[in-house]
Ligand binder design. Structure first.
Ligand SMILES: Cc1cc2nc3c(=O)[nH]c(=O)nc-3n(C[C@H](O)[C@H](O)[C@H](O)COP(=O)(O)OP(=O)(O)OC[C@H]3O[C@@H](n4cnc5c(N)ncnc54)[C@H](O)[C@@H]3O)c2cc1C
Ligand code: FES
Length: 280
């Protein structure tokens, strides 16, 4: 069992959980993820480490409540425990020697962008962060990003309730046009990463994306997370989650993400009838 030592609600649908896991905390690097099970009856879900302390033996993740498992997770509190936490999984994000980098974090992708931007800055890269959300209420970790040694933090919201009223691709394009970046990293919904990669492609700015295909075992055995990258079929869990954004087949990724939509809807509906609060 993995004891939960703290929880925090960051917005109506986004939650943060800190779990005691000393052996995992000793090894995590930015960009890696874990797979957890809430209880015996639960499915395995992947979530990215948003922070950790090897000295204190804890790891933290941030998740959006989208279906049955994340809903169950959102009801747990300090003193409860998770049945399994496996990790760190996946390859760490490449940091250092990148030069001037734009790290784009969209929605809950900000939780992954945070340790990545921190690690890049610590490795000597000059980091501009572009944070995007639909509105102010959904914007997360702004204070944490402001505390990092960044070149700049650009905040965008779709409705203009915080920062610029723009999509993240607008400031990204401006940086490309100004010749101000050598590399881009985009983390968020597949559609956002697709358009970030399309933006930087025109300027030949190398772009890394952190993909989130459906995962089951997380060890390269089941094939659930396969993604097409250029001429290759690769596995998100062991070859990624980071890939060259200019080579990823995003249409295939988005269609494979929806493969279990019917089952997920049924599970959410069943759970909703058992749970006192509503899932969405
Ligand atoms: C490497 C990786 C890192 C991720 N990191 C984060 C994170 O830090 N924060 C966060 O909020 N979300 C993250 N996700 C997505 C997260 O795993 C899903 O939101 C979660 O599994 C949904 O489960 P559910 O039962 O609540 O919802 P469901 O109703 O079961 O599913 C809702 C949607 O979530 C996705 N999903 C469902 N099951 C899986 C699965 N086993 N693997 C991958 N995606 C799935 C599908 O797109 C699905 O349509 C990550 C995914 C991957 C692959
Ligand atoms: S999750 Fe099974 S191969 Fe990647």
């Amino acid at each position: 069992m993995f004891p939960i030592i703290a929880t925090r609600q960051l917005s109506e649908s986004v939650f943060e959980t800190t779990v005691s896991a000393p052996a995992i905390a000793a090894k995590v690097r930015a960009g890696q993820f874990l797979i957890l099970r809430v209880d015996e009856a639960g499915e395995r879900i992947p979530l990215t480490f948003s922070d950790w302390s090897s000295d204190e033996g804890w790891v933290r993740f941030i998740f959006m409540r989208v279906g049955k498992t994340t809903h169950k997770l959102s009801h747990l509190a300090a003193g409860d425990a998770l049945l399994d936490v496996v990790g760190p999984l996946g390859k760490p994000t490449h940091v250092g020697g990148l030069g001037r980098v734009a790290v784009v974090g969209g929605g809950v992708g900000a939780a992954v962008a945070y340790p990545v931007a921190r690690a890049m800055a610590a490795a000597g890269d000059e980091v501009t962060v572009i944070l995007g959300a639909r509105n102010r209420e959904l914007l997360i970790l702004e204070d944490e990003f402001r505390a990092l040694p960044l070149k700049e933090l650009v905040v965008c919201t779709d409705d203009g309730s915080a920062g610029r009223k723009d999509l993240v691709t607008a400031p990204l394009k401006e940086l490309c046009e100004a010749g101000a970046i050598d590399h881009a990293m985009a983390i968020g919904p597949a559609i956002m990463m697709k358009f970030c990669a399309a933006t930087t492609r025109d300027f030949a700015v190398p772009t890394t994306v952190s993909l989130n295909p459906i995962m089951v075992d997380g060890t390269g055995m089941c094939g659930a997370c396969r993604v097409s990258v250029g001429a290759k079929t690769l596995f998100g869990c062991v070859d990624g989650p980071d890939f060259d954004g200019h080579l990823v087949d995003f249409e295939e990724l988005m269609s494979r993400q929806r493969v279990y939509a019917d089952v997920e809807r049924e599970a959410a509906a069943d759970f909703e009838s058992e749970c006192a609060c509503r899932i969405k």
